[in-house]
Design a protein around this ligand. Sequence first.
Ligand code: GLP
Length: 243
Amino acid sequence: MKIYVTEDYQAMSRKAANILSAQVILKPTSVLGLATGSTPVGMYKQLITWYEKGDLDFSQVKTVNLDEYVGLEPTHEQSYRRFMQVNFFDHININPANTNVPDGLAADPAGECAWYNEVIRKMGGVDLQVLGMGRNGHIGFNEPGNAFELETHVVDLTESTIEANARFFSSRDEVPRQAMTMGIKSIMMARKILLMVSGEDKADAVKAAFTGPVTPQVPASILQLHPYVTLVADKAAMSKMEA
Ligand code: GLP
């Protein structure tokens, strides 16, 4: 595993944007696995800036997002589809038909997940998967205790995740209780993984994921077994790792 420790959130974002840019420049037809949450917002901003300067071309890139809330329409303020439009897709020259996010309103969420797995397979798999991490070590919406061997599936969100994500909704009651997420198996099938972590409130999760045992109790710990992981974390997130 390659580890880059940066001074702060901004530097983390820039480093991650560098890695993603290199991927797109070296392989313009890349399939990117993308993540939502507050962590990657700065990276998307940086990529947009470089795109506007003419340094990046996303016209042949395909994307597949990690997850989506069950029950939220694509235009809902807090849907991950909308997040991706507002924070990234609307500002670059990506073909909308090449962007994939599970449909939160699918009548049959399990069927939607099966279809999503097919989409990923037909694109030839993910070249670079971007990940953030929850405070309990979750990746995508793979919560502690979820089986490692699943591809895209429906999950019940844990109380701690509902709590953590409540800040984005007007009340805690509005946070969906379920989500569709690429599973650990889907994530591990990506050729390369870029994990971004920022802030002291993630320091325990970073320590558990990378110095503890590989266990479904800490979903991100599985990344210890992936052959090509780059961790880009700021000092605060690394503060509990031994020097
Ligand atoms: C959500 C998302 C994850 C994300 C995590 C951390 O639960 N499903 O993909 O990594 O939150 O979010 P943040 O980056 O806002 O801390």
